[in-house]
Design a protein around this ligand. Structure first.
Ligand code: NAP
Length: 493
């Protein structure tokens, strides 16, 4: 736990979908950790809302069980659980039905000086109903904030509809579109690395960087999310939001400040400079795959169709693509993105591959000289590795070897890395929008994604099969090898 955490002002947080998976597995444990770290004042109120009827005490018991599963250091925190549960209560409420809303509003209005956060942790189908009723009951005033989870639409036009409906109730500066990847320490460290050091920025361009790779790999299959996932696929579920946001953080120009609009303006410019991928070039620039039965997590794993219980599906569980940022800084520097399910390792990382040295003074006996590489790992063990060439120690001639300058954040700072939701939830309370997506960003990302989806739909090809426990179809290797490059493979140079 951090020893530098500043408390926030007392707040009311309503979690619509308070009995759901996200609330129990992520949001409530994140709030608990911040509470245990003395960042959340005792006057705060956390209210779970869902249709199911249950008492406050029943709900608290469910939250207690959820904390028990999610919090590793529960031994040391055990004495804090009861105090945290005192902040928690429950209201049965149907977002699509007027019953109970008057009481709900009265309960919130008992306290009028708290920041009010409405976290929409439900299906996006009912976002509009919830917002409409919040407005009907005058709960959307100043001091109110709304958090919306992905997916924000399944294409540009549906995203616009959601944004219009939420925007009719809340001002843009009250809307927090969450992408939890932006709450990860490494992503914020990318800002620190780029803009708090003089070393990198002069090299951060096409003259010195050969290409960038962004990988978000999961070992799990679709699990219980099959019915949703089959309507989405990896491009919508991962690339439209997480991977494009990471690309923006790498590629953006230095913002004038950390002010939310300054950062988001720069990210938006990157999205606008992405070279379109459409029916003309999708065959060359993208690869989609779908896992078949194979090996995973030390055992055998079924294929996607078996996981889904269907006999056919053209939904991709893997995507690799080559994105190009068309501006002076990045001309000719491809950004290779890949994400997939049932990969051999759970890993999310950004690899900045620098160019080769222009000329070598070393003879062949010294060994080959690898180009420098900066690897920012987002999970599982957040940290940064800078691969440098060094002399192998001892006599026996000058032999060169690539070695990493390795900074694991947990080791360097001696603290356990907070979950991204811990940071982001408190940013909402503070009203800090920097790590949240603005409406125009979400829509610009969809505008780039839609033509890829359209090209795939028109194509007669199905997603290419790959065995569970592998790095996707061989076409993904071909995508990068065609350009004379290879995917970064874990710890190796
Ligand atoms: P979930 O487990 O299906 O939970 C949905 C919640 O919404 C339940 O509490 C449900 O309770 C409540 N609900 C459904 N209809 C309602 C209504 N008419 N009025 C009030 N409450 C209602 O879903 P989830 O996995 O937690 O996901 C929630 C949202 O976060 C989704 O948009 C999802 O795409 C997004 N998300 C989830 C994750 C994750 O890890 N789970 C990650 C990223 C994004 P009742 O049925 O009792 O009403």
């Amino acid at each position: 736990m951090s020893t530098h955490a500043k408390p926030v002002a007392a707040f009311d947080l309503v979690i619509f979908g308070g009995t759901g998976d996200l609330a129990m597995r992520k949001l409530l444990p994140a709030l608990f950790r911040r509470f245990a770290d003395d960042q959340i004042p005792l006057q705060s109120r956390i209210l779970g809302v869902a249709r199911e009827t249950q008492s406050d005490d029943d709900y608290r018991e469910r939250v207690r069980e959820a904390l028990d599963k999610a919090v590793n250091d529960k031994q040391t925190l055990a004495d804090k659980v009861d105090a945290f549960l005192d902040l928690v209560s429950y209201r049965p409420l149907d977002a699509t039905n007027d019953e109970g809303w008057d009481d709900f509003a009265a309960l919130l209005n008992e306290v009028d000086d708290h920041v009010r956060v409405f976290y929409l942790s439900t299906s996006p189908r009912i976002f509009v109903d919830i917002c409409r009723r919040l407005k009907q009951h005058d709960l959307n005033g100043r001091g109110a904030r709304v958090v919306i989870e992905k997916p924000i639409g399944h294409d540009y036009s549906s995203a616009t509809e959601i944004n219009d409906a939420v925007g009719a109730v809340f001002d843009e500066n009250q809307i927090f579109r969450i992408d939890h990847y932006l709450g990860k320490e490494t992503v914020q460290n990318l800002l620190a690395l780029r803009f708090a050091n003089v070393l990198f920025e002069p090299l951060w361009n096409a003259a010195h960087i050969d290409h960038v790779q962004i990988t978000v790999a999961e070992t799990v299959g679709v699990e219980q999310r099959g019915p949703y996932y089959d309507t989405a696929g990896a491009l919508r579920d991962m690339v439209q939001n997480h991977l494009l946001q990471l690309l923006c953080m790498v590629a953006m120009e230095p913002p004038a400040s950390l002010d939310s609009d300054a950062v988001r303006d720069e990210k938006l410019k990157v999205l606008h400079t992405l070279k379109p991928i459409n029916a003309d070039n999708a065959g060359q620039a993208t690869v989609r795959g779908q896992y078949r039965a194979g090996a995973a997590n030390g055992g055998s794993a079924p294929g996607y169709l078996e996981d889904l219980g269907q006999s056919s599906s053209d939904t991709e569980t893997f995507v690799a693509l080559k994105a190009e940022v068309c501006n002076w800084r990045w001309a000719g520097v491809p950004f290779y993105l890949r994400t997939g399910k049932r990969m051999p390792e759970r890993v999310s990382e950004i690899v900045i591959q620098f160019r080769d040295i222009p000329y070598s003074i070393f003879d062949a006996g010294s060994g080959s000289i690898m180009a420098n590489k900066l690897v920012l790992r987002l999970q599982p063990d957040e940290g940064v590795k800078l691969w440098l060439m060094a002399k192998y120690p001892g006599p026996g001639g000058l032999r060169l070897q690539a070695v990493p300058l390795d900074m694991s954040f947990a080791e360097a700072f001696g603290v356990q890395q907070p979950d991204a939701y811990e940071r982001l939830l408190l940013d909402v309370v503070r009203g800090n929008l920097t790590l949240f997506m603005r409406r125009d960003e979400v829509e610009a990302a969809w505008r780039w994604i839609d033509p890829i989806l359209a090209a795939w739909e028109r194509s007669t090809d199905s997603p290419r099969p790959y065995a569970a426990g592998t790095w996707g179809p061989s076409a993904s290797v071909a995508l990068i090898e065609r350009d004379g490059r290879t995917w970064h493979d874990g710890d190796g140079q």
